[in-house]
Design a protein around this ligand. Structure first.
Ligand code: TXE
Length: 499
């Protein structure tokens, strides 16, 4: 039973959210605000400022000034390391508060934080990991290639002002994946959280302030894509846009970047396959795959394995296991330890998911379970499985962003790889088999950014990102922090001879 969210809000002392520009928290200049409605109860939780183009301009100019004239880009490695490591410590200290604020944002149940990728330990590890790169982010020296005797060396320098925009489903993780490398590299940032999950991110920003980040280095503009996001991606003083969200918005980001040749990194959607061979541990395959689709954020995750490609010999067994998992799904109050799954983020998302249920029927897929809203209030849809899906169906090709698993049969390895790669996306995949040679053949054959064997996990120090229309660039590891730098070559003669 879902009670009101207001006592949780009051216990956290949540107040209305403001903008952060040049070290000062303020309302928007227009005074416009957004009222956050809780996705499980529909009640208004609190408000936050809607930044207009004028507020965004102030924030970008503050980041520009902090980059061009301030201490951060020129700071010693040890000083930046200290701030990021302190941030990691503060995230661990305030982990419970951050998780409770996140539950007020998007209703992700507290129980889901036992999953590493949704834990505050993971968020803290991201800051620690990138702190570790700061004193290792160097260039190289090269021998002179032609002409007089001279030294050739390269420098890695911060790109400049970064516009960081994140989605609502894992707001703290997504914000950390951008803030940690950008700040570690010496950039300054204007951050825009999703209007559907703002409060936990605002608290994370205050922890960064407490950790000693100088004023103007990190600025925050809250509000929706229009007007706030649009103004940010189109601002001429932004050097790089780092975006996490839908493919459609990613296209708008690319178009805006093109105007000023802004650097861009994109973390977009996915339609990731779980490939289950006849020799697999089918119970694990069914339980883990259905878990990514129905537990926690109810399939509203880019890395959800929403296409199961299952060998015909174990097809019905897999369906039985996956269907059995639905009994573990317990909707309700995200603060209640019995709750294991969140509502969909909005009534609009419920309608979108139910439209895909209708489409699955029309396309001839076999409904195994779910396919409707449960009784009672709230934006919930029952965990749904469609069988006998062929990969040409729209339910197998389009990102639904809800608790719908499509199960496609296959007969041999060649067909499995063809089906896995028959998608516009390429974010991730999982291969279930006990044959390590086959696992490696599949890992090499599948065009996706992360391949899990007999399971799937987020590793903060490893590159994460997509092939195809799942994105551009990677988050995590050396590639992530280098994406916030430019490389400069310097030539120094060692004689008076002209080069
Ligand atoms: O996306 P939206 P959502 C993807 C996931 C799904 C999507 C869901 O696969 O496709 O995110 O998140 C801002 N100019 N990932 O619904 O609507 C908006 O305010 C500038 C992938 O939030 O695109 C929000 O802050 N900004 C990911 C952000 O864009 C604009 C992991 C995203 O909103 C804008 C998690 C505009 N015109 C989710 N319009 C991964 N691959 O790691 C909107 N926004």
């Amino acid at each position: 039973m879902i009670t009101s969210m207001k006592p949780y809000r009051d216990a956290l002392g949540l107040v209305n959210g403001q903008l952060l520009v040049d070290g000062a928290w303020s309302d928007s200049q227009s005074g416009e605000t957004w009222t956050h409605l809780h996705p499980a109860t529909g009640e208004d939780v609190a408000q936050f400022a809607v930044a207009g183009a004028d507020d965004v301009d102030r924030a970008v100019r503050a980041a520009r000034k902090a980059f061009d004239e301030g201490p951060w880009p020129r700071s010693r490695a040890k000083d930046r390391i200290k701030v990021l490591r302190r941030t990691a410590d503060l995230v661990r200290e305030h982990g419970d508060e951050l998780l409770r604020l996140q539950a007020l944002d998007n209703s992700v149940p507290l129980t889901f934080s036992t999953t590493y990728a949704m834990s505050m330990e993971c968020v803290a590890d991201i800051f620690d990991h990138h702190a570790g790169w700061i004193d290792k982010l160097g260039g190289e020296t090269l021998p002179g290639f032609q002409g007089g005797d001279h030294m050739v060396l390269t420098l890695r320098e911060p790109i400049g002002v970064v516009a960081a925009i994140v989605a609502w489903n894992a707001p703290l993780l997504l914000a950390a994946q951008k803030l940690a490398p950008a700040l570690a590299a010496g950039c300054t940032v204007v951050l825009k959280p999703s209007e559907l999950a703002t409060f936990a991110v605002l608290r994370l920003v205050r922890l960064l302030e407490e950790a000693g980040l100088p004023e103007g280095v990190l600025n925050v503009v809250t509000g929706p894509g229009n007007p706030t996001g649009d103004a940010l991606i189109n601002h001429p003083m932004v050097d790089k846009i780092s975006f996490t969200g839908s493919r459609e918005t990613g296209r708008r980001v690319l178009a805006a970047a093109n105007a000023g040749f802004k650097r861009v990194s994109l973390e977009l959607g996915g339609k990731s396959p779980a490939i289950v061979f006849a020799d697999a541990d089918v119970y694990t395959a069914g339980a883990v795959t259905m878990g990514t689709v129905a537990l926690g954020v109810s399939g509203q995750a880019c890395i959800a394995q929403t296409r199961a490609i299952v060998h015909r010999d174990v097809y019905e067994e897999f369906l039985m296991v996956a269907m059995g998992m639905t009994s573990m799904i317990n909707y309700g109050d995200p603060f209640d330890e019995e709750t294991t799954a969140s509502p969909l983020i909005s009534a609009k998302q419920v309608e979108r998911v139910l439209n895909y249920v209708d489409l699955g029927h029309q396309e001839g897929a076999r409904l195994v379970c779910g396919g409707a809203k449960p009784d009672g209030p709230g934006n919930f849809v029952l965990p749904t499985i469609f069988a006998d899906v062929n990969n040409d169906m729209r339910v197998a090709r389009e990102e639904i962003f809800g608790p719908i698993l499509c199960v496609v049969p296959f007969s041999d390895e060649e067909e499995a790889i063809r089906l896995a790669n028959d998608t516009e996306y390429g974010l991730g995949a999982t291969v279930y088999t006990n044959d390590v040679k086959r696992a490696m053949r599949m890992a090499r054959g599948i065009r996706a950014g992360t391949i899990g064997v007999n399971g799937y996990q987020l590793e903060p120090h490893a590159p994460f990102g997509g092939y195809g229309q799942s994105g551009m660039g990677r988050e995590g590891g050396r590639t992530a922090i280098e994406a916030y730098t430019e490389v400069k070559t310097v030539l120094i003669p060692t004689t008076d001879e002209l080069m």
